[in-house]
Design a protein around this ligand. Structure first.
Ligand code: BDP
Length: 696
């Protein structure tokens, strides 16, 4: 029997909090008062009372969020009611709730699933009520956040008829958090989990993390680094993970763990981790049982195997599928899943690093258990500022292939550079793989609609940490936001997402919104221009922040900039045509043919696929060298302009956050100039041409 609660909110809870310094903590859930009086009055009339009917834990979240959001946005408390006794009651509930059950929406809600929802008006007891309804608790929570977003973005709501369901089933954040509190590629402080304090104390901040994630429709978090410490699977840590799971659960977030494949050996006392060994199989089953006893809704395991020194099945001459299936069988009885990463680049497989994952995984298509998803980075190299899409998208028709995006800006200026990533992700989703003819976009591969995969998912490597503003750079929060929104619906535009985020985060004034949006929307191309234009990639070394075209890593050739740009007296670029590494042939036609020829390769990917002479003529009539100079110049100029444009916004946004961003943009402009100067000076040694461009 489901229980329902009617939450009668104390008026005290509804008083808006006094104005505080803007430190970014509230993210996009800032709920600034609606300035437009007639719109505010219309909202107040439409939402003059509140009924929440769903299961208790989520009902509490929904009620609290509405109390907080509505009071702040509308400037008045919205009282709870027991019944619809007047016009202007907002009802939030699941199909099982008595008030929703009378509406006849059951079939529709069932079709939308437990995470989907509708928002529309209904007539109840002769009164007009606005209803947020779902088949499940999560859907009602997402619908609530959706409605609050409409109010927050000052959207008229007098004629709403919204029907939503997520495009991807798993919408996860991957936290690369280590057990000592550090975060691999994290630039916003330490791990939010505070492992040391768990399980006895759970940082209350985790509730705000969960709120923010749930507001975007995210439904899971992998808590630890893919370079996994096996100790996370010990009883001590399972208790800690369970405490986090309890905190995240009411917000619809499941927890997952990165598992170290050698755990049976490293913490289990076995002599082997061979997936075909019965003791190893027993060990994983026992481990899964132990975890599910503590966390009945545990999501499953994420595994990085046989990659960058992580252990895996290949040590025992077993395949990735045999490795994945071992863990999949252990979690299957509990409804768990295994996410097996395709980020592998064993040098023995092929001389060209970007070909290796495809060569290893395509032969395994169809051999994974039903509860396994492969997880593939957007590009075949490693989260570069620009890459073509990974050829594995579309090439695994019998395997769910989950998308992995990187929100943390490992190769995109850490949390110092303002780079809005949605345009980059959209470029990826919109790319046409042609695997089933024109229109076979990566988006359709990812959401399963192209090839009919039953499971779908998307993961984003998180950029959150203990910094007060969560993400270090105030604009890095836009990337968390955009990732979440795209994981829900990859057809949203980068422009629309930016506008939503800006209005909720900074200001509703159209002039300010437009200026900030312009800054954001141009930032990714600016970054590409001043770092790695025309398809160049991996011109870095060290910590992946600074410019290093000369990087020559003695540990591995494919960690060196030299390996990728191949600049010499003849020219520059990586020849991936049929005369070179033939990586082009991992793509379906006509992409393979187009990219095999520099004349038909998009200029933005030119040097990814081709090694071309310095005097190669581009469509513009410029030589390759001239174009390179122009791109670097333009990029540095764009960064300088971002600084100026932001300075002009002083007074249009709060001084605290304005100053923080101004400081980072100063550094960004300096870095951009350094990138330009270093790269041009370095490449000029080979091109033997001048670096002058009209702009300088
Ligand atoms: C690279 C990072 C490294 C990660 C690796 C991965 O430099 O820290 O461990 O990817 O995704 O981007 O496994």
């Amino acid at each position: 029997m489901r229980r329902f609660v009617l939450i009668f909110l104390l008026t005290g809870m509804l008083v808006p909090t006094a104005a505080r310094a803007e430190d970014g903590y509230d993210l996009w859930l800032r709920y600034a008062p609606i300035e437009n009086i007639s719109l505010r009055d219309a909202y107040r009339q439409t939402i003059a009372g509140l009924i929440v009917q769903q299961s208790p834990a989520t009902a509490a979240m929904v009620s609290q969020e509405l109390a907080r959001g509505l009071a702040a946005l509308l400037g008045v408390p919205v009282p709870s009611r027991a019944t619809v006794d007047r016009d202007g009651v907002l009802i939030v509930g699941t199909i099982a709730a008595p008030v929703i059950a009378t509406l006849g929406w059951r079939d529709e809600l069932t079709r939308l699933g437990p995470e989907g929802f509708v928002i529309r008006y209904a007539r109840i007891n002769g009164h007009r009520a606005l209803v947020v309804a779902s088949a499940g608790d999560s859907g009602a929570l997402y619908g609530t956040f959706h409605l609050l977003r409409l109010l927050s973005t000052a959207t008229p709501i007098d004629r709403l008829d919204i029907r939503e369901r997520p495009r991807h089933q798993l919408r996860l954040l991957n936290h690369w958090d280590n057990l000592n509190g550090s975060i691999e590629r994290g630039y916003a402080g330490q791990s939010l989990w505070r492992w040391d304090e768990l399980p006895s104390r759970v940082d209350p901040r985790l509730r705000d993390y969960a709120r923010a994630s749930a507001s975007l429709g995210l439904n899971g978090a992998v808590l630890n680094n893919v370079n996994a410490d096996p100790r996370v699977l010990t009883a001590e840590y399972i208790a800690k993970v369970a405490a986090i799971a309890d905190t995240l659960r009411p917000y619809g977030l499941k927890v997952y763990l990165s598992a170290n494949f050698a755990a049976p050996r490293l913490i289990g006392g076995l002599a082997t981790a061979d997936p075909l060994d019965p003791d190893v199989q027993r060990w994983w089953k026992g481990k899964a049982d132990e975890i599910y006893t503590a966390i009945p809704d545990f999501g499953g395991f994420l595994v990085k195997a046989d990659s960058e020194g992580q252990p895996g099945p290949q040590a025992y001459q077993r395949t990735h599928a045999e490795g994945a299936n071992l863990l999949a069988d252990a979690v299957a009885p509990h409804g768990g899943i295994v996410i097996w990463r395709a980020f592998v680049y064993d040098a023995g497989v092929d001389p060209d690093r970007v070909k290796r994952a495809y060569l290893e995984f395509v032969p395994l298509d169809g051999t994974f258990r039903d509860n396994v998803l492969v997880q593939t980075k957007n590009g075949p190299l490693d989260f570069m500022p620009r890459e073509p899409y990974h050829p594995l998208f579309g090439a695994l028709p019998k395997t769910p292939n989950m998308v992995e995006l990187q929100i943390t800006q490992e190769y995109l200026g850490h949390s110092t550079h303002l780079v809005y990533l949605a345009p980059m992700w959209k470029e990826f989703f919109d790319a046409d793989t042609f695997v089933k003819g024109p229109g076979s976009t990566v988006a359709k591969v990812a959401d399963g609609s192209l090839q009919g995969q039953r499971r779908t998912g998307i993961a984003g490597v998180a950029n959150t940490g203990t910094d007060r503003n969560w993400t270090g750079h105030p604009f890095a929060a836009a990337n968390w936001y955009a990732y979440g929104r795209l994981s829900w619906n990859s057809s949203l535009t980068a422009e629309a997402i930016a506008d939503e985020w800006i209005v909720q985060t900074w200001s509703r004034r159209p002039g300010a919104v437009k200026a900030i949006a312009t800054l954001m929307l141009g930032s990714r191309e600016a970054y590409v221009n001043y770092t790695m234009p025309l398809g160049l990639h991996h011109l870095i070394g060290g910590d992946h922040y600074g410019v290093m075209p000369e990087a020559d890593d003695k540990r591995r050739a494919d960690w060196s900039a030299l390996y990728y740009h191949r600049a010499d007296d003849q020219g520059i670029g990586f020849d991936r045509t049929r005369r070179g590494s033939a990586a082009v042939d991992q793509y379906a036609k006509p992409n393979a043919d187009r990219w095999n020829d520099p004349e038909t390769t998009p200029e933005i990917l030119l040097l990814w696929f081709h090694h071309l002479p310095w005097n190669y003529r581009l469509k513009s009539g410029q030589t390759l060298w001239q174009a390179l100079v122009e791109h670097y110049d333009r990029g540095a100029e764009q960064a300088a302009r971002m600084e100026r444009d932001w300075a002009a916004l002083k007074g249009a946004v709060d001084d605290e956050r304005h100053a923080v961003v101004a400081g980072t943009l100063r550094q960004q402009a300096l870095d951009a100039a350094a990138w330009r100067d270093t790269c041009l000076a370095y490449f000029a040694q080979f091109s033997k041409q001048t670096m002058s461009a009209p702009a300088r």
